[in-house]
Design a protein around this ligand. Structure first.
Ligand SMILES: [Zn+2]
Length: 300
């Protein structure tokens, strides 16, 4: 490993080495809003020396995919986070190189392989039209962090998706969260992701909760989530082996209620119907993806 990993660093703020906060955008190269949100919050954070404690690392994910404005080059970087890939000598295709650089940067350079005092916020957007939400890693600290957003959050999803950065670092003990801030490359998604960054840094006590940006951000998160169910759990994942042959029916969006046996999509010329009733999540309306849709239910 040479020093290519430094190219993933957008900025570093703060001096205190005790607590660390990693905020990353663009793990999927077609999702630029996370990086835009990071670039927008940086001047304010720096100008007023708002960071009271801890050190914040702002990172970008899949660099060649970002350059091509594509989700990934050959393999979805956010399905590769497994030790067998990270430590394999043989894989040297572009997405695997990104995986190894990011692993080295986050685990070795930033966290020094001590993960308990590290927060991880992974910024994403989706191809559907609405419905902001977050996904906590499968540990109590991450679930509490997710709950604090006041937007819908989905339990049991991180374990069902092997190979995400979220589950990888969550299993190492980090407080880890994916924040899905809106539709790809829209100004609304950027604003929502900025709100998520301000909220998160205040939640972890890196900045004061009294800052205007934090208060405004929290108001925005509340406003966009008022009409949605808040605490959900995954009941079904429609995994795709071959995304080229999957076409979602029109008109679905995050948290749209669906009924059992509802006709949802066409795959390899056959009808896909819903195996459960519940709410639909992340219906696939883009060319590439490893999941057609998810079904979630309100948690009692
Ligand atoms: Zn994504």
């Amino acid at each position: 490993m040479e020093t290519e990993y430094v190219q993933h660093i957008i900025d570093i703020i703060g001096k205190d080495e005790d607590k660390k906060f990693i905020i990353i955008g663009g793990i999927h190269g077609n999702e630029k809003s996370g990086i835009d949100a990071i670039i927008n919050v940086l001047p304010d954070l720096k100008k007023h020396s708002l960071v009271q404690k801890g050190k914040i690392y702002f990172l970008k994910g899949n660099l060649p995919a970002l350059e091509h404005n594509d989700r990934f080059i050959e393999k979805d970087l956010n399905r590769l986070w497994l030790d067998e890939n990270i430590f394999s000598e043989s894989n040297s295709t572009p997405d695997f190189i990104q995986l190894k650089e990011l692993y080295h940067l986050i685990a070795n350079e930033i966290c020094e392989n001590k993960f308990d005092n590290c927060y991880f916020l992974d910024l994403h957007t989706f191809s559907a039209k609405s419905g902001v939400f977050c996904i906590p890693a499968a540990n109590d600290k991450s679930v509490a962090f997710a709950k604090s957003f006041g937007v819908p959050f989905i339990e049991k999803l991180s374990d069902t998706l092997p190979g995400t950065a979220l589950s990888y670092f969550g299993n190492k003990g980090m407080t880890a969260l994916v924040f899905e801030g809106g539709t790809h490359n829209t100004p609304e998604a950027t604003l929502t992701l900025e709100a998520g960054i301000w909220h998160s840094l205040a939640y972890a006590e890196f900045i004061s909760p009294e800052l205007g940006k934090v208060k405004k951000g929290r108001e925005l998160l509340k406003e966009i989530s008022d009409n949605y169910p808040h605490h959900l759990e995954l009941v079904y994942r429609h995994k795709l082996e071959d995304y080229y042959n999957f076409r979602m029916n029109k008109g679905y969006f995050n948290f749209k209620p669906i009924k059992k046996s509802e006709f949802l999509a066409v795959q390899n010329n056959s009808k896909i119907t819903s195996p459960y009733s519940g709410y639909i999540l992340m219906p696939l309306y883009q060319r590439k993806g490893s999941d057609g849709f998810f079904i979630v239910r309100e948690k009692e």
